[in-house]
Design a binder for this molecule. Structure first.
Ligand code: PEP
Length: 249
């Protein structure tokens, strides 16, 4: 990890019931979490209110998506204003499942990030290459292009955490090696330095996501440019998520 404050997010995706979420919240409330770590969880929209009303204030709430502009006649969407109204501080944008399953593109994601930031939400800005792109030697090109789309759209990086999540590692159990992750994180920091500013490159947290669990987090956390994690599957288990939070070095 760099000298930036460690950041760990739990992305619950489209999982859970009132009952299972009650248990998860209770486990998180009981967990001992290192003080010097920002901890955020992203429940499904329909359970955000339940979580907000029962989870310790120590953990902040993120939404898993938000509408690209002000709310209104957009059936099925959830606005940034509504997310703020129910106590969200963050939103996850550009997740690979939204890019590759739902079909969101770089420009749309960039606009969403700009709107969420303009309304005061923090943005967990996801990027990452697919397996065939990595195998074709295009990892940096793909990640830089996705990063540039955010950079082109947003006026400031103050409230942004970048999540590097190689698509081939998400939900597959196939975690990137610490060296593979570090290599991309360092390249992303370099890109920020060359294309935004040295200050933004130093201060922006770059977290890793993709099959992080209680057993592999410690080695990843030691890498110089890994400032935390975005965790899917393992964030559904309170004690294991706490282990990942506490892997800060
Ligand atoms: C994610 O969805 O952001 C993720 C990293 O999932 P998993 O930890 O399950 O690979």
């Amino acid at each position: 990890a760099s000298s930036n404050k460690f950041f760990v997010g739990g992305n619950w995706k489209c999982n859970g019931t009132k009952e299972s979420i009650t248990k998860l919240v209770s486990d998180l409330n009981d967990a001992k979490l290192e003080a010097d770590v920002d901890v955020v969880v992203a429940p499904p929209f329909v359970y955000i209110d339940q979580v907000k009303n029962s989870l310790t204030d120590r953990i902040e709430i993120a939404a898993q998506n938000s509408w690209v502009g002000k709310g209104g006649a957009f059936t099925g969407e959830i606005s940034v204003e509504q997310l703020k109204d129910i106590g969200c501080k963050w939103v996850v944008l550009g997740h690979s499942e939204r890019r590759h399953v739902i079909g969101e593109d770089d420009q749309f994601i960039g606009k969403k990030a700009a709107y969420a930031l303009s309304e005061g939400l923090g943005v967990i800005a996801c990027i990452g290459e697919q397996l065939q792109e990595r195998e074709a030697g295009k990892t940096f090109d793909v990640c830089f292009q996705q990063l540039k789309a955010y950079a082109d759209a947003i006026p400031s990086w103050d409230n942004v955490v970048i999540a590097y999540e190689p698509v081939w590692a998400i939900g597959t159990g196939k975690v990137a090696t610490p060296e593979q992750a570090q290599e991309v994180h360092a390249a992303l920091r370099d890109w920020l330095k060359n294309n935004v500013s040295a200050d933004v490159a130093t201060k922006t947290r770059i977290i890793y996501g993709g099959s992080v669990n209680g057993s592999n987090c410690a080695e990843l956390a030691k890498q110089e440019d890994i400032d935390g994690f975005l965790v899917g599957g393992a964030s559904l288990k309170g004690p294991e998520f706490a282990t990942i939070v506490n892997s800060v070095t």
